[in-house]
Design a protein around this ligand. Structure first.
Ligand code: HEM
Ligand SMILES: [Ca+2]
Length: 575
């Protein structure tokens, strides 16, 4: 297992593991970098401001894409780290006992939350690098590893290898394994529920899918279920259209269609909200196409792996959109209650209680996400993975610590890399960052060169039409260009060995998040046509029967035996 996440612009401190707990907090100038929790507290707010335009599904789809593209090696992304850098009662473990990958976040004195409960230490385990795996490594800096395929191939549904896929594939009718409860299909049970979830018994609901993070929060699990049910829905239609197809052909074609719809929704419905339609057109991330026309932009020289600056900084800015209250909404769109996010981390059983699967789905399509700004909801800033304790972890502090763990170049370096003006003194940041934020930075960092990318980038004023400032926008645009152009199997590609027919492609282009919700909820009848956008005069609730359908009859009696499916081995981690 050798690198897939690449540092393109690494800060020149050695990210080789040092002496455990005290590893690199030292900046370029040899000064201490300001404590990550302190930066989280002082630079970022936690005001809960709803975004008038976008629904919570808009946030949630982003987490799905994130999980498809990257998962840092060695991080379980839950409370249950095998490596413990803090004791049970929140004290630093002694240096001699700390594992070399320990890099805990120390709690500053007078912390408004953690000082109440005498917690001094938040667990943090460094990402494994190629140097840990003894990969041949001629460059000076270590490179962090990811354990999922970088391509947008729904690896979170199907797994990242034949081995991961095998136990969740039914090998019948092209279907994935599901279990039936109350007449509906759900993902199979994880074999180790008490460690994969916060489950009390082995029988408590804990889902097994292609990605171990599935159970992390209810909205994420719901989208995983929607995408799983969509696979089986497609497989059933294909079998009906083509009874002579065997399991393998049906499975691979259903998977291919599911991935194509998801790529279409991601590039044409979701990404324009973040990156701006004009910016995407200009940078050839999307095209104004005729219904059945191809975009032949595959380029084998483009490296499609995920940029470290993308996974560790830019794409995490959208943690700001997370809402800590999940509304339960009825079919007539009235509230029937709400869940507190931190009560339900890694406890998916709540989804199958009462009408919650549908009520939460309507809630996510109705309630606003939080404004994309410098505020991060208290539920993830003080209560992440809290379980039954009074406080949990701080996702914003984790993001900052991860930025340093990976040795990313500084905010100022990335400004220059992205063609902006390099700052020479604090005032030079004022072109994009508010005077209040610059003053906070100046009080915390000893030099402008030390400001972390994840911090500076999150403070920039947004580019018009986009939900990010110019530095993050530059990184995100570069990433999503590579993700499509570096993927030979991207759904718009017309190369004959891999292409959909023109008729099929024009059907795929009708896919929408609204249709996915209609087809894969239990019994939702109405939805707005653009479900990433809130209901409005131009986006009114309507019957599901009015939402365009991808007509799968285009796949009838298809003579496809020669098609090249992309199998897992094609996307295997690089040597
Ligand atoms: C309730 C929603 C979410 C929760 C609780 C959550 C939580 C987390 C946690 C715990 C991590 C691991 C941090 C680390 O150890 O470094 C993480 C990573 C990450 N998150 Fe989120 N997140 C959420 C939504 C999102 C959204 C909406 C996006 C983007 C649109 C996003 C983007 C990322 C990225 C890019 C990573 C790094 C992934 C990797 O490379 O392994 N997350 N998140
Ligand atoms: Ca993937």
């Amino acid at each position: 297992m050798c690198p897939n996440v690449v540092i393109r612009y690494g800060r020149l401190i050695s990210p080789k593991y040092g002496d455990g707990v005290s590893s690199p907090t030292v900046s370029l100038t040899g000064e201490e970098l300001p404590n990550a929790r302190l930066v989280s507290l002082l630079v970022f707010g936690e005001r809960d401001v709803p975004d008038p335009q976008y629904t919570l599904f808009n946030m949630q789809w982003g987490q799905i894409m994130t999980h498809d593209m990257s998962m840092l090696a060695g991080s379980t992304q839950s409370t249950k780290h095998a490596t413990r850098c803090c004791t049970d009662d929140g004290k630093l473990v002694s240096k001699s006992e700390a594992h070399k990958t320990c890099y805990p976040i120390l709690i500053p004195k007078n912390d408004p939350a953690f000082s109440q409960v005498q917690i001094d230490c938040l667990n943090f385990v460094r990402t494994l690098t190629d140097q840990d795996q003894n990969c041949d490594n001629s460059h000076i800096q270590a490179e962090q590893l990811t354990v999922v395929t970088a391509f947008m191939d729904l690896s979170l549904v199907y797994g990242n290898s034949e081995q991961q896929n095998q136990p969740i594939r039914a090998f019948q009718g092209g279907r994935m394994v599901v279990v039936e409860r109350d007449g509906y299909e759900w993902p199979p049970q994880a074999s180790n529920a008490t460690s994969s979830c916060e489950a009390q018994t082995r029988d408590e609901i804990c889902y097994l899918t292609g990605d171990v993070r599935t159970n992390q929060n209810p909205g994420l699990a719901i989208l995983q279920i929607i995408l799983l049910r969509e696979h089986n829905r497609i497989a059933d239609v294909l079998q009906h259209l083509n009874p002579h197809w065997d399991d393998e052909l049906t499975f691979q074609e259903a998977r291919r269609i599911n991935i194509a719809q998801y790529q279409h929704i991601s590039y044409y419905e979701w990404l324009p909200i973040f990156l701006g339609t004009e910016n995407m057109l200009k940078n050839r991330l999307i095209y104004k196409t005729k219904p059945g026309s191809y975009v032949n932009d595959y380029d084998p020289t483009i490296d499609p792996s995920v940029l470290n600056s993308h996974a560790t900084a830019a794409f995490r800015y959208f943690h700001s959109q997370i809402e800590g209250r999940l509304d339960l909404i009825s079919e007539i769109r009235s509230s029937t209650g709400a869940l507190r996010l931190s009560d339900w981390f890694n406890r998916p059983a709540i989804i199958e209680a009462n009408d919650n699967y549908d009520s939460l789905t309507r809630g996510h399509a109705t309630q606003p996400e939080e404004l994309t700004d410098i505020n991060f909801d208290a539920e993830i800033k003080h209560f992440l993975f809290r379980m039954n304790r009074p406080f949990g972890q701080d996702l914003r502090a984790i993001d900052i610590q991860r930025n340093r763990d990976h040795g990313l170049a500084s905010y100022n370096d990335y400004r220059e890399f992205c063609g902006l003006r390099r700052a020479h003194d604090w005032n030079d940041f004022l072109d994009l960052i508010s005077p209040e934020s610059v003053a906070q930075l100046q009080s915390l960092y000893s030099t402008i060169e030390d400001v972390d990318l994840t911090v500076g980038g999150s403070l920039e004023a947004h580019v018009e039409g986009a939900l990010a400032g110019p530095t993050f926008l530059c990184i995100l645009t570069e990433q999503f260009f590579r993700t499509r152009v570096g993927d030979r199997y991207f759904y718009e590609e017309g190369e004959k060995d891999v292409a959909f027919s023109r008729g099929q492609l024009s059907e795929i282009r009708k896919a929408s998040i609204a249709r996915l919700i209609c087809d894969n909820s239990n019994h939702i009848q109405t939805i707005q046509p653009s479900a990433f956008l809130r209901v409005s005069k131009t986006n009114e609730l309507t019957s599901c029967s009015n939402i365009p359908i991808v007509d799968l009859s285009q796949w009838k009696d298809l003579s496809v035996p020669n098609i090249q499916y992309h199998h897992y081995k094609d996307y295997g981690l690089k040597k």
